[in-house]
Each structure stands twice: as structure tokens, then as C-alpha cells.
Design a protein around this ligand. Sequence first.
Ligand code: SAM
Ligand code: SF4
Length: 428
Amino acid sequence: MNVYDGERMAEMLEAGGYAAAAEGADADLVILNTCHIREKAAEKVYSDIGRLKREDGSRPTIAVAGCVAQAEGAEIARRAPSVDVVVGPQAYHRLPDLIARAERGEKAIDLDMPLDSKFGALPKRAGGQRPTAFLTVQEGCDKFCTYCVVPYTRGAETSRPFADLIAEARALVAGGVREITLLGQNVNAWDGEDERGRAIGLDGLIRELAKEDGLERIRYTTSHPNDMTDGLIAAHGEVDKLMPFLHLPVQAGSDRILAAMNRSHSVESYLRVIERVRAARPDIAISGDFIVGFPGESEADFEATLAIVRATQYAMAYSFKYSRRPGTPAATMDGQVEEAVMNDRLQRLQALLNEQQQAFNERTVGRTTRLLLERRGKHDGQLIGKSPWLQSVHVAAPGLAIGDMVEVRVTSAGPNSLGAEPLMEEVA
Ligand code: SAM
Ligand code: SF4
């Protein structure tokens, strides 16, 4: 979502006469778009600010945007006096005005969460140089997991209107985009009304988008297990353009820890969703998020996390050490887990997840599939594309270009990417 927000900020500034600079310190203006989800991500902003000083002692105008800005507010400008603008994730459409105020010598701080969505105030999208694009459909979260800052920094759950999303998707496709990833903190909580006023969920939006000529692939992320509706599960079996990939975080494999996390789903209900999704789309790749070392997590609880990983068989996953976030309920819970124990658990979990990822990749060897070519590889004539299952695939394809779809046979598998040979030229 920060990538999407960063693109929208850049497009807005370009419309106002700015152009992208090659290096941070050479720029007239630098926006640091920040993440507050874990402490390490939040601290990074201060070291980045330090690096923006030029050799002659001058510096660019510096804006801090995103969730660190929202959470720390004026404290950022106190800790780092070179910061001129602090703007939260729901107010960045006001950047031109904030920058103008900073240029007049003010500290411009805007942490508003206005009722009128920023999206209406941003310039219309035009598509870009890439064949893939993100599209934020839903923001914020009402789930209040006890470890998480998102409900505080991004605000309440809101869905963007259907008509706006169709219009933005059409603009992206007209600009050459062939794959759209729908984004939201809980993307599958999206709801709205279609053009006839009927209430629809994310599956309805996906079905409508699938009718757009020129749009070849649809993905969505990140989903909450409790919002996997029957309709969305069915769409995986029925909508060809919906890619066979589901990122469905579970966080932990012990019901006791899931309850302390306020996840509002159980191990069994999660596994049941996975089973139903696989029944609808047997080849679907499942991905997840995990937190090790949540307060009170015992060795037995952690082993239950390993057990749910074994039961699910992931194609890929993200795993993190629990990070204590000020202001969240878990930050003051008893039983905070020692760093050394967290390190050990993370290593054991990642070893298992890596094994599963390698095994998943190996199972695709010998298969024929379609790639959307996204970027150049290191070697001459080599291009890198994504498989339907979101794997990066290297293919020697002189004569093909970024944005082409190509039919390939997968020939080799590594832990993080695959190799393939083209079967025919552009097929779409
Ligand atoms: N809404 C999504 C969900 O509930 O699955 C996740 C959104 S969150 C931005 C992405 C991931 O960051 C979470 O799934 C969780 O694994 C991780 N995360 C959030 N807060 C964390 C914390 N305090 N410490 C470690 N990891 C955290
Ligand atoms: Fe954070 Fe996701 Fe839980 Fe919302 S559902 S509080 S975004 S982890």
C-alpha cells in the first residue's frame, strides 16, 4: 500500500511541475513514506533523514509521510529538526499546500483523517511504464488485533466506491496495465454497490473487473480469514482472470495465542477456509503471515504454529518477530518473550517455510504456464515474468518485450525463482 501511496504522491507532484530526481540528496524535495508496523521499519526514517544532508551542509525540503508520521506527529520534527512537513496517510492529497507552507518557513503538520476521502482530490490515473499496477480499494481496519498499529494509524475501515474503482482500473488498462492487484489492509472486507445499486462484496468487484477487455489478471491482498465469503471462495473456481494465489495470514497456530491476539478466528476455522478455497481451486498457492514471540507464547504454542504450517503447506510466507508497538494492548501484556527465544523460533519457522516454498516451486517444474513479462533479467535477452502463482520466472525470450504474455514450460526451480523456456511468441 505504501508503494501505491508513493505512486499517487509522485503523480500529484508531477502534475504540479515536479520531475523525479535520480538521488535523494540532489532533489529539491524528498518525501520519506514510512511504515510503523514494526519498530525497525519506524526507526529507519531517522537514519534516512540523516543521510539527506549534502556535502555543502544544505539539504532538500524534507517531508515525512505515512504511518510513522501519523503515529509520532510533531515529535518527528522535534527529534529531527530538518523535517519540514509531516503528513499522515489520509491527508497526503494536501501535500502541495503543505510544501508551499514549508517553503515559507513554517513546520507544516497535517495528521487529519478527513471524512472526504483523499482519492477524490488526487489527479486521475494514467497507467505507467509497467504492465502491473496496484489499486487501493479499501483502507483502514476495525479488527484491532492486540499487537497492531494499523487501526490507529490508517483509521477505520472504509471502502472506495465501485464507480471510482472501475474508472481507475479502466484508466490503468488504457495506459497499458494488464494485471491489477487490489489492495487493502483487509481487502476482502471491501463492500459497495454496483451500477444498479445492488450490494456487492470483493467477489462482485472482481467479477465486474474481469469483464474489462485488456485486463488479463486480477490479484488481491491482504485478506482476513473471517472475511473469506462463500462468494469470494467460489470466484476462485469461476473467474479465469483471478489468479490462483491467496495471501491469508494466520499469525499463530495456537488458539490461546490467537485469542490473546484478538484475531477472532481459530486454527480450525482457518484450516477450514483453506480447505474450501482448495476445493474451489485445487492448484491455488497459499501464502501467509506469522508472528513469533507474541507475549505469553510458550514452546508448545510455537510448536502449534509449526503444526499449522505443516497442515497448510505454504507456497510462500512472511514471518516476523513480535515487535512491541507503543499504545497497542499487547505492548503492556505480561510474558514478553526474550529476544534470543524469538530469534530461535523465527529461524526454525523460516527453515520450515523455506522448505515448503522450495517444494512448491519444484512441483511447478515441467508444467506449461503463462507469464506476464515484467522486467529485464541480468543476462542479454532475458526477461523476468510472474507465473499465475506469483513466482518470479526467468526466461530467455529475445523478440519479446515487457508487458507481453508468453506461454512457457518451467524447467528449473530455486528457492526464490524459476527458470523456463518459451513455447511460442506472444499469445494474448
Ligand atoms: N490485515 C492483515 C491481516 O490481518 O492479516 C495484515 C496487515 S499488517 C500491515 C501485515 C503483517 O504485519 C501482519 O499480518 C502481521 O504478521 C505483521 N505485524 C503487524 N503488527 C506486528 C507487530 N507488532 N509485530 C510483528 N509483526 C507485526
Ligand atoms: Fe492489523 Fe490486520 Fe489485525 Fe487489522 S486485521 S489489526 S491490519 S493485523
